[in-house]
Ligand binder design. Structure first.
Ligand code: CP
Ligand code: NVA
Length: 315
């Protein structure tokens, strides 16, 4: 676990509702957030001015399109305001510490979201904040994305509990948050990653110890057998300091194409957090085909994050 339970308990005792990682939160809280997202999606935004007068500070230490726009639009729809901080335009880029930035922003804003390269910066932000902190992606995890993905699956195929989800590709931050989700939502997770790009063994073991029904493969066809949902992500995550051509060669056999989709259940859906690279991790015929849910998935970032914002605010 990247956020120690001591720290989480500490924050719960402080009554600060941080949304740091799926494995840190009670499954009832996660399910309530998804239910709230469904209600928000079905409602006209003006009926929920629940964040009126509140400000969300969004810090980006990495690029973003969906996360930035969905948080900004979501907060505005809830009646609140946003301040967007690109790290290069702040004193963070000149060495001001995350801790001091956190103390400062806690005086101005009601919630802080961070997208960062180093997970420990998220922990440092939360440890020094007197307002809730949301994880908007780190090198380790991407919890907001997986909440939107679970909502999307549920809309199309019903409750994800006892369903089979297959992850094919790099054992990255998105895969890790799926691993965390498997311990909370009761689905079977089958992970196929090439050797040297696996999710850390200790993280898999911890998820299994926490009740995750997880199987690990090196063969993508074995992983997608009986799958209700096939997932992948970019071959090269932002900030990856890996040898690009070597990584691409390792991942080529893990491309999600029609042949691989045919090995899953006939009504399996395909999801991808985006941005996608057609012809690399997924072919155009799959991502633009009838099994793909990627645009609903991207839209649901908006609805889920509104629900996360309201949960953070205690609404
Ligand atoms: N999926 C996702 O987080 O997209 P962005 O990088 O565009 O925010
Ligand atoms: N794994 C990707 C996700 C992008 C939303 C990355 O970290 O770049």
């Amino acid at each position: 676990m990247f956020v120690g339970s001591y720290q989480l308990e500490d924050k719960v005792l402080d009554n600060i509702r941080h949304f740091l990682d799926i494995d840190c939160l009670d499954h009832n809280i996660l399910k309530d957030i998804i239910s709230q997202a469904i209600e928000l999606k079905a409602s006209k935004p003006k009926n929920f001015p629940s964040a009126l007068g509140k400000t969300l500070a969004l810090i980006f230490e990495k690029p973003s399109t969906r996360t930035r726009v969905s948080f900004e639009v979501g907060m505005l729809q809830l009646g609140g305001n946003v301040v967007i901080l690109n790290d290069k335009e702040t004193q963070l880029s000149r060495g001001e510490t995350v801790a001091d930035t956190s103390r400062l922003l806690s005086r101005y804003a009601d919630i802080i979201m961070l997208r960062t390269d180093k997970h420990k910066r998220l922990n440092e932000l939360a440890a020094n904040a007197s307002v809730p902190v949301i994880n908007g992606l780190t090198d380790n995890t991407h919890p907001c994305q997986i909440m939107a993905d679970i909502l999307t699956f549920q809309e199309h195929r019903g409750n994800i509990k006892n369903k089979t989800v297959a992850w094919v590709g790099d054992g990255n931050n998105v895969a890790t948050s799926w691993l965390h989700a498997s311990t909370k939502f009761g689905f079977k997770l089958r992970i196929a990653t090439p050797k040297n790009l696996e999710i850390d063994e200790a993280i898999i073991l911890e998820a299994k110890n926490n009740g995750g029904k997880i199987d690990v493969f090196n063969d993508p066809f074995a992983a997608v057998a009986d799958a209700d949902c096939v997932l992948t992500d970019t071959w090269l995550s932002m900030g990856a300091k890996k040898n690009n051509s070597q990584v691409k060669n390792l991942l080529k056999p893990f491309q999600v194409n029609s042949k691989l989709m045919e090995a899953a259940k006939a009504n399996a859906v395909f999801m991808h957090c985006l941005p996608a690279h057609r012809g690399e991790e997924v072919t155009a015929e799959v991502i633009d085909g009838p099994q793909s849910l990627v645009w609903d998935e991207a839209e649901n970032r908006l609805h889920v994050q509104k629900a996360i914002i309201l949960w953070c605010l205690g609404k």
